[in-house]
Design a binder for this molecule. Structure first.
Ligand SMILES: Nc1nc2c(ncn2[C@@H]2O[C@H](COP(=O)(O)OP(=O)(O)OP(=O)(O)O)[C@@H](O)[C@H]2O)c(=O)[nH]1
Ligand SMILES: [Mg+2]
Length: 610
């Protein structure tokens, strides 16, 4: 088959933070994409607000550089496990991958996930051991660990003969030698040209282009990102749009773009092997094929892993609803969720018994939290339920998702952490003592048990422990598990919190609010160290005395409250609790706000017995 020797398509994959986006920066600079004095942001591909704030990549994005007369389309993928769907999609566009592994951290759960996907797709791999400048780099061991991982994933002989480069992405060099520093990324570019095959195509095959991603442009509306497999597509041409529902429609292509550096530029025609964007098909979705009008041949729809976590999202039902946001109605929430499903194949939305609430399924807490965060920034007010695992019936048996968990902890905490995980039905798979005072353990744990685990893990390891997990498989239901051992301090009336009340309450538990905060009946204002909930009055005022502390309220002795982030708040929730999320506030609350009703239900439940 003929090949496009002027072209390469490559994805960069790795565990979170191993340096993918930083490496793309260096590749852009060294291929002359920017002027020497040009002001370019660090990690320029992380262009979304939330990406810059969190310092992580959320959406896979492509860029293109030119080197030695060859155009290289590079797909930067996210490393966080919750965005695995982005990686899977990215891999359908490329002919090989750069697998980055941190020289000190070594392969971690998401390394395993992305490598498994790359091997399943039969993509050649170039291993890049990155961050070799780290003082705690252990290059030789890490290379051995990667070989082990390849074997563990049943790589064939051909796949295991991968080239290895050693890099410092931040300084912008790569070397074929683990000890010798490189001068620039030339060795990486050379390896890329040698080991990542140019796209091949069939000259006699009619046009076939697969829609692998969606984007939106303020000028032309929805853009479909496609990889052209065979044939050439031209502006103004009529093609067959093979939809996922099996329908085939004749459509005219009005706009065509290819990527140059960070820009989309218009093109008159795009040949085989290229990655392009097209406009003019407002309903096009991922997995559809654009094909020859006279001989349409739809491609199989790429498989994407199923979601394993769900939560409810609905309109804000709190007594203070409507004060903060601009998007309040069920219709607006529904439309927004529907729009999300279109561009994000790893998210599903379904109905619940309430007409103003939907069940949203995704890959993990962070992915769902990012959706909620994005919506609140758009002006939405929402009620968000506790994250729950998505169960499934396999051969009539109830099954639940199990995660592969990897933790790094100082030896001293081995005892407590082992105990924590035993309570959660974690099974130890693997343990390495690096001999540096740190231990790495790998567990298989029901996903259910990890909801809320992170906070407790950090507390028990005094903030030193590091934890990562990724979906492994479905297993038969593991039975009852311990959930949060603490209860909630719940406001018993509407009002404004006072320092006086909080100073008295802080002896009972950890407060989540400071003075002067608006509270309402059923709102959770703190954590009770005991298992049960306690109704409290955070708005209580000190009896008036002759001496009035005019403006400033007495704050002496007030312990700063614990401010929960959106993710932490989601982790904290129990079954009968939810979150009120507005553009400016996150409030924890009981699902049932009335203290009277909650009390009555509890009594009834006790009467019926367990
Ligand atoms: N010391 C050192 N630090 C590096 C190197 N490469 C990247 N970093 C740092 O590692 C951190 C993470 O880098 P990113 O490029 O955002 O990592 P990423 O793999 O894109 O992360 P995600 O997209 O969130 O998975 C940043 O603080 C970088 O400056 C390197 O070669 N050496
Ligand atoms: Mg990144």
């Amino acid at each position: 088959m003929p090949t496009r020797d002027d072209l390469r398509n490559v994805a960069i994959v790795a565990h979170v933070d191993h340096g993918k986006t930083t490496l793309v920066d260096a590749m852009l600079w060294q291929s002359g994409a920017f002027r020497a004095n040009q002001d370019v942001a660090e990690r320029v591909m992380d262009s979304m607000d939330l990406e810059r704030e969190k310092g992580i990549t959320i959406l896979a994005k492509n860029t293109a550089v030119r080197h030695s007369g060859v155009k290289i389309n590079i797909i930067d993928t996210p490393g966080h496990a919750d965005f695995g769907g982005e990686v899977e999609r990215g891999l359908t566009m490329v002919d090989g991958v750069l697998l980055l592994v941190d020289a000190s951290e070594g392969p971690l759960p998401q390394t395993r996930f992305v490598l498994r996907k790359a091997l399943e797709a039969h993509l050649p791999v170039i291993l890049v051991i990155n961050k070799v400048d780290r003082p705690d780099a252990r290059i030789k061991e890490v290379v051995d660990e990667v070989y082990e991982l390849f074997l563990d994933l049943d790589a064939d002989e051909h796949q295991i003969e991968f080239p290895i480069l050693y890099a410092n992405a931040r300084a912008g060099w790569a070397s074929l030698d683990p000890v010798e520093h490189g001068a620039d990324l030339e060795p990486l570019f050379e390896a890329l040209f040698r080991h990542i095959p140019p796209p091949s195509y069939d000259d006699d095959h009619p046009l076939q282009a697969l829609v692998t991603n969606l984007d939106a442009s303020p000028y032309v509306g929805r853009l479909a990102l496609c990889r052209v497999l065979h044939g050439t597509i031209r502006r103004g041409q009529t093609v067959a749009w093979c939809r996922v529902d099996g329908e085939i429609e004749q459509v005219k292509i009005t706009e065509l773009y290819v990527t140059e550096v960070l820009e989309r530029v218009e093109a008159d025609e795009v040949g085989p092997g290229e990655i392009m964007a097209i406009a003019g098909l407002p309903d096009v979705t991922i997995g559809e094929t654009l094909a020859d009008a006279g001989d349409p041949r739809p491609l199989p729809i790429p498989h994407i892993d199923e979601p394993s976590l769900s939560m409810t999202i609905g309109i804000n039902t709190s007594p203070v609803a409507g004060k903060d946001g601009s998007k309040l109605t069920a219709r607006l929430v529904k439309n927004r969720l529907d729009a999300e499903v279109v561009g994000n194949v790893s998210i599903r939305v379904g109905p619940t018994e309430r007409p103003d609430t939907w069940e949203v399924q995704g890959r993990g807490e962070l992915q769902l939290a990012i959706l909620v965060e994005t919506m609140r920034r758009e002006g939405f007010e929402l009620t968000v339920g506790k994250p729950q695992v998505v169960t499934r019936l396999v051969d009539g048996k109830l099954c639940e998702p199990v995660e592969r968990l990897s933790i790094d902890i100082p030896e001293d905490y081995l005892g407590v952490v082992t105990q924590l995980l035993a309570l959660r039905k974690g099974r130890l798979e693997h343990m390495v003592n690096h001999g540096t005072g740190w231990v790495r353990q790998e567990y298989l744990v029901p996903a259910r048990a990890l909801i809320g685990f992170h906070t407790e893990f950090l507390t028990e390891t005094r903030g030193t422990g590091i934890l990562h997990h990724v979906f492994e498989r479905y297993e038969p239901w593991h039975g009852d598990l311990r959930t949060r051992p603490t209860g909630s301090l719940v406001a018993d009336r509407r009002g404004q919190s006072s320092s006086y009340a909080l100073i008295n309450l802080q002896d009972r538990g950890t407060m989540f609010i400071g003075p002067g905060t608006e509270v309402y009946e059923g709102m959770i204002v703190g954590e009770n160290p005991r298992a049960e909930d306690m109704d409290v009055n955070p708005a209580k005022e000190k009896k008036a005395t002759n001496i009035r502390s005019s403006t400033a309220e007495q704050t002496e002795g007030l312990i700063p409250h614990r401010q929960l982030s959106l993710e932490q708040a989601l982790e904290f929730l129990r079954e009968d609790e939810c979150l009120e999320v507005t553009p400016n506030h996150i409030r924890l609350r009981k699902a049932n706000l009335s203290a009277l009703e909650r009390g009555r239900r509890k009594k009834n439940a006790a009467a019926v017995g367990p």
